[in-house]
Design a binder for this molecule. Structure first.
Ligand code: GLU
Length: 340
């Protein structure tokens, strides 16, 4: 009898511990204004380390058990493909341990949408990944980082967010990777979202497996305007870039002499994706002024230029076939293993 009561007590202890145990979230710090401090007439991003950032928000410890690491400490204008690749590999490694319910990444807001989109296409777990930033530096009296961090850690710890896209958190709001963009250069409510053609929650069966990849193909972006110069596109052609995203005016249109260079570039194997400088509406093959199918161009759909560039880089690790690349732009992508 005694033995039975003892076993029941042990069982109850184990069960309550299981119920009361906090979710486990790993925080990866990359810099940004959330790690910035005031300086001169403004501030400098990426100054404070993650231990200090987390220590300033003691309430986080009531939401989740936190581990953390300082991955880099930069303004996100300095984010690049090499960091994206190692960040993606690190996230896959952390989830593979089975220890974590979610991952939070502190990040500058300037390029957060790009990192989120890249990670959404390349991370292999369906557990929540949430990028978080702020528009005011950490030492500002009205710093927005702490409240955003609370929302981000809660979201990463929440089972309801399993099976969503990689998310971005700003102004205590959450946005999924495909639609989010930085809409305001100054306001704390800096992010907005378009309705994407499709969403593609990250997971084991979608996207690109970049485990073996050390470098992505060179793909550039060119911005269109009235009187647009041919020089930038010619420079990318001369430098043998594998692809260029044209940020066209309106429905993805480009001045005739720029378009002529693009047509020639396509004939020599370069991939040209047409996007638009309009935040809404996207660019599609049907119903516009440019005959994409005849000229060999690819329409970006609802993706903005910076995200279209990421998709083109990853697509080019798989194929040089324009029709196949068009497919990647048109619908969710079944898992592609990228060869070294
Ligand atoms: N340039 C900084 C960055 O992206 C400032 C933007 C921010 O973090 O809000 O890291």
């Amino acid at each position: 009898m005694k033995r039975r009561s003892f076993l029941i007590i042990i069982l109850l202890c184990v069960l309550t511990q299981g119920i009361l145990a906090l979710p486990k979230v790993h925080v990866i710090a990359t810099g940004g204004t959330i790690a910035g401090t005031s300086s001169g007439s403004g501030y400098t991003a990426g100054q404070v380390t993650i231990d200090n950032i987390l220590a300033a928000v003691p309430d986080l410890s009531k939401i989740a058990e936190l581990d953390y690491e300082q991955f880099c400490n930069i303004g996100s204008q300095d984010m690049n493909e090499t960091i994206w690749l190692s960040l993606s590999k690190r996230i896959n490694e952390l989830f593979a341990t089975g220890k974590y319910d979610g991952i939070v990444i502190t990040h500058g807001t300037d390029t957060m949408e790009e990192t989120a989109y890249f990670l959404n296409l390349t991370t292999r777990s369906d557990k929540p990944v949430v990028l978080v930033g702020s528009m005011r530096p950490s030492d500002a009296p009205d710093a927005d980082g702490p409240k955003n961090l609370i929302v981000a850690v809660k979201a990463a710890a929440d089972k309801k967010n399993v099976g969503k896209e990689v998310m971005c958190c700003l102004n205590q709001k959450l946005f999924e990777a495909s639609g989010v963009f930085k809409n305001n250069s100054r306001d704390v409510d800096a992010f907005a979202a378009i309705k994407p053609d499709y969403t593609m929650p990250h997971g084991s069966k979608v996207g690109f497996d970049v485990t073996e990849v050390e470098k992505l193909p060179n793909v550039g972006i060119i911005y269109g305007y009235a009187g647009c110069s041919t020089l930038p596109l010619q420079a990318f052609v001369d430098a043998n870039f594998e692809g260029v995203v044209l940020v066209g005016v309106g429905d993805g249109n480009f001045r005739a002499d720029v378009q002529k260079i693009a047509e020639k570039a396509v004939a020599h194997g370069m991939k040209i994706v047409r996007s638009t400088r309009c935040p809404h509406g996207g660019v599609y093959t049907e119903g516009g002024e440019v005959e994409d199918l005849e000229l060999g161009f690819i329409a970006a759909g609802s993706l903005n230029a910076q995200k279209a560039r990421i998709l083109l880089m990853l697509a080019l690790t798989q194929t040089k076939d324009t029709d196949q690349i068009r497919q990647y732009f048109n619908k969710p992508i079944a898992l592609q293993t990228v060869k070294k």
